[in-house]
Design a protein around this ligand. Structure first.
Ligand code: PLP
Length: 450
């Protein structure tokens, strides 16, 4: 398998091309219009205005072709405007665009749910239903967990991110920008320590067991295990900076949940659909969640998200208790079916592992030369570096922003993350050609070298 097997290779040249300042003059004009029309609360990582994107590149209105290490935040894993996705969406748009599944249903919705029931962890009987966004999926998973258990408390973790609605911003850990000024928050949400190896006070070796023991103790003593409906956790933190919970942490939490009738909700919105080298990140430690939330990588950018869970839990909710006008829109369902074929036929989980194998050694070597890189981590095509003041563990957010700016100026689209804003995260499309992946890493190295 070579990388040239992937990505609409042929439609757009798979090349980096920087022909103006970034952002260029036409992007700056559009930015002026945007500032007058769109409130500043909606940010953009890099205000280059896009006209086209394919494989590993994003092309802007000034004719610059940027290497894409963002995938629209882990969404376009199969490539932007993937030909199979585009064809199915077009064909569906010519037939019907909406009936509302709650009014008059259609086959593609059922087929997406059958696929989700098949590919999510565990071979128990499952059910799925479809919504529009990751936040809506998490919100519904909590509703179902409360209904099924008759309990109210929900446990989330430090550095977690689950969305921007009232309940999901409450579940989210970081104040600025997600929660600041938007309170009061939803009740009955409790936060526990996360097994963050790089920042664990007694060192990474002790992190998994100690963090799990603290969480178990606090849940038992502070909330009372029998009051807890669910624990919601990302198997690798997304916005929190691609922290892989220390080994043993997730299995210990899952075991505690099982023993106490607490539902384990895996928020796989960012980690799902082959991104981490497994179809779902929970598979890495053999976790079988009671409920799984998915979105981002599910449908090539069409708005779709899902809750998948144990049939006995999902079937409890009364008829009409779940749904929404647009949830499982037929265009998005066709896109999802195409995405799943692309992932499975293209063996994109394996491709994600190759991407990680290409990135991690080079970033570790870079960390060896630059004491500002405190940690290199992640799995598959979900890789990050955490920046610190030389040799310490003190976060270096200004340097992180500066490195991101240098990458952008050289035509590499990278994102930042982390509670302290000191993480550079890399989410290339799984179909990125090898030569662009290598060139992107060259640019990151050059950005550190000055
Ligand atoms: C992005 C994200 C969400 C929210 O998804 P939206 O589609 O933006 O509502 C929830 N959980 C995780 C882990 C995410 O990365």
């Amino acid at each position: 398998m070579t990388s040239e097997d992937f990505g609409g290779v042929g439609r757009l040249p798979q090349e980096r091309r920087v022909v103006t300042e970034i952002p260029g003059p036409r992007s700056r004009e559009l930015q002026d219009r945007r500032v007058a029309a769109v409130p500043p609360g909606v940010g953009s990582v890099l205000p280059v205005y896009v006209t086209d994107a394919d494989g590993g590149v994003v092309v802007d209105v000034d004719g610059n072709s940027l290497i894409d290490f963002g995938s629209g935040i882990a969404v376009t894993g199969v490539g932007n405007a993937n030909p199979r996705v585009a064809a199915r969406v077009k064909a569906q748009a010519d037939r019907f665009t909406h009936t509302c599944f709650m009014v008059a249903p259609y086959e593609s919705y059922v087929a997406v749910c059958e696929n989700l029931n098949r590919i999510t962890p565990g071979d128990h009987e499952k059910r799925s239903f479809l919504v529009n966004s990751g936040a809506e999926a998490v919100e519904n998973a909590v509703k179902i967990a409360r209904y099924a258990t008759g309990r109210q408390a929900v446990v989330a973790f430090d550095h977690g991110y689950h969305g921007r609605t009232l309940l999901t911003m409450t579940l989210t850990s970081k104040s600025m920008p997600y929660k600041h000024g938007f309170g009061p928050y939803a009740p009955e949400v409790y936060r526990m320590p996360m097994a963050y190896p790089f920042r664990w006070p007694t060192g990474p070796e002790n992190c998994g067991p100690e963090a799990a023991a603290q969480a178990v103790d606090q849940i038992s003593k502070r909330i009372g295990a029998t009051n807890v409906a669910a624990v919601v956790v990302e198997p690798i933190l997304g916005e929190g900076g691609f922290v892989e919970p220390a080994p043993g942490f997730l299995p210990a939490i899952a075991e505690f949940c099982r023993a106490n009738g607490i539902l384990f909700i895996a928020d796989e919105v960012q980690t799902g659909f082959a991104r981490t080298g497994d179809m779902f990140a929970c598979e890495h430690e053999g976790i079988v969640p009671d409920l799984v939330t998915t979105a981002k990588g599910i449908a090539g950018g069409l708005p779709l998200a899902a809750v998948t869970g144990r049939a006995d839990i999902m079937d409890k909710v009364h008829g009409g208790g779940l749904g929404g006008t647009y949830g499982g829109n037929p265009l998005a369902c066709e896109a999802a079916l195409a995405v799943l074929e692309e992932i499975e036929e293209g063996k994109l989980a394996e491709r994600a592992r190759r991407i990680g194998e290409a990135m991690l050694p080079r970033l570790r070597a870079l960390a060896g030369r630059h004491p500002a890189i405190g940690d290199v981590r992640g799995r598959g095509a979900m890789i990050a570096i955490e920046l610190v003041r030389d040799g310490s563990s003190e976060p270096a957010p200004e340097l992180t922003a500066e490195i991101a700016r240098r990458c952008h100026a050289r035509g590499l689209l990278v994102l930042t993350a982390g509670t302290y804003g000191n993480v550079l995260r890399f989410l290339p499309p799984l179909v990125i050609p090898d030569h662009l992946l290598a060139e992107g890493l060259d640019i990151i190295e050059a950005a550190f070298d000055g």
